[in-house]
Design a protein around this ligand. Structure first.
Ligand SMILES: Cc1ncc(COP(=O)(O)O)c(C=O)c1O
Length: 250
C-alpha cells in the first residue's frame, strides 16, 4: 500500500534530486538508533502561489532539536529555508506537507551517533488534514492512553526527534486498535500533556487553556499561532496543567 504520490524532486544533502533517487543505505545509523531530528510544515495555496507556514520558526525548532541532540548540522538555517522554497517551486504543487530531516548517516555503527556523518533531506508530498477531513468537520474520538509521555529526564520532548515518536506510535496504535481516532497522553504526574502528534487545548466557561511546555510537550508552532489568535480575539487564556477529568468537563 503506497499512500504517497510521488512528486518530482527531493532536496538531499545540498541538491535537488529526482524523487526516486532519494535513497538511503539499510545500514544508515539513524534508522537503527532513532537518531534523526525532523520538522513537519505545510505550504498552502494562496492567490500568489504556495505559501509556507512559519518557515523561520520551523527551522529554528529544527536547529534547537539538533542542539539538544548534539547533532552538528552541515547546513545553516538560511540554506535550509532557501532549499525548502526551491523545493516547493520545483515540485509545482499548490499545497503540500514538507518534511525536513537530519539523521546520522551511513559509515559507522554503534550507539554513539557522533561518529556518523549527518545527512539532511527535505521531502514534500500532498497530505490531507492531519486527522482527516471528516475529523475537521465532525471532530474526532480520542481516548486517554495507558502510555505515559516521557519527561525531559528520559528523552527531551521539546526536540522533534524520531526516537520520541516511538512513544507517540505506541499511544496512537493503542487508540486506533480500540476504535478511537486519537490518543491523549498524560505525563508522569498524571496531567494532560498532548496527543501523539499535536498539542491540546481545552475550552471551559469561555476560558481557553493549554498545558505549559514544562508538562513534557513539543512546543507546537500551531499552538503558538492558536495562542496568538485567542489573545487577538480578546478571549481569556491560561497556560496551565490540568487533569483528565478537566477534559471530560470541557
Ligand atoms: C508530539 C507533537 N506535539 C505537538 C505537535 C504540534 O507541533 P506543530 O504545531 O509545530 O506542528 C507535533 C507536530 O509536530 C508533535 O509531533
Amino acid at each position: 500500500m503506497v499512500g504517497i504520490r510521488a512528486l518530482s524532486k527531493i532536496w538531499l544533502n545540498g541538491r535537488l534530486v529526482p524523487w526516486d533517487d532519494a535513497r538511503i543505505h539499510v545500514l544508515t545509523h539513524g534508522l537503527h538508533y532513532g537518531y534523526s531530528i525532523f520538522e513537519g510544515l505545510r505550504c498552502y495555496a494562496t492567490a500568489r502561489g504556495p505559501a509556507v507556514f512559519r518557515l523561520r520558526e520551523h527551522f529554528e525548532r529544527f536547529g534547537n532539536s539538533a542542539k539538544i541532540y548534539r547533532m552538528k548540522l552541515p547546513f545553516d538555517r538560511t540554506t535550509l529555508e532557501r532549499a525548502t522554497l526551491d523545493l516547493v517551486r520545483a515540485n509545482g504543487v499548490p499545497e503540500a506537507y514538507l518534511r525536513p530531516i537530519a539523521y546520522s548517516g551511513y559509515g559507522e555503527m554503534g550507539i554513539d551517533p557522533s561518529k556518523s556523518p549527518v545527512e539532511v533531506a527535505i521531502a514534500m508530498w500532498e497530505w490531507g488534514a492531519y486527522l482527516g477531513d471528516e475529523g475537521v468537520r465532525r471532530g474526532v474520538r480520542a481516548t486517554v492512553s495507558s502510555w505515559v509521555r516521557m519527561d525531559s529526564r528520559m528523552l527531551p520532548p521539546q526536540a522533534k526527534c524520531a526516537a520520541n515518536y516511538a512513544n507517540s506510535a505506541l499511544a496512537k496504535m493503542e487508540a486506533t486498535s480500540a476504535g478511537y481516532d486519537e490518543a491523549i497522553i498524560l505525563n508522569s504526574a498524571g496531567m494532560v500533556a498532548e496527543g501523539p502528534g499535536e498539542n491540546i487545548f481545552r475550552v471551559k466557561n469561555g476560558i481557553v487553556s493549554t498545558p505549559p511546555a514544562s508538562s513534557g510537550i513539543l512546543r507546537g508552532i500551531t499552538r503558538d499561532s492558536v495562542i496568538r489568535f485567542v489573545r487577538d480575539e480578546g478571549l481569556e487564556f491560561q497556560r496551565t496543567d490540568f487533569t483528565r477529568e478537566e477534559l471530560f468537563t470541557a
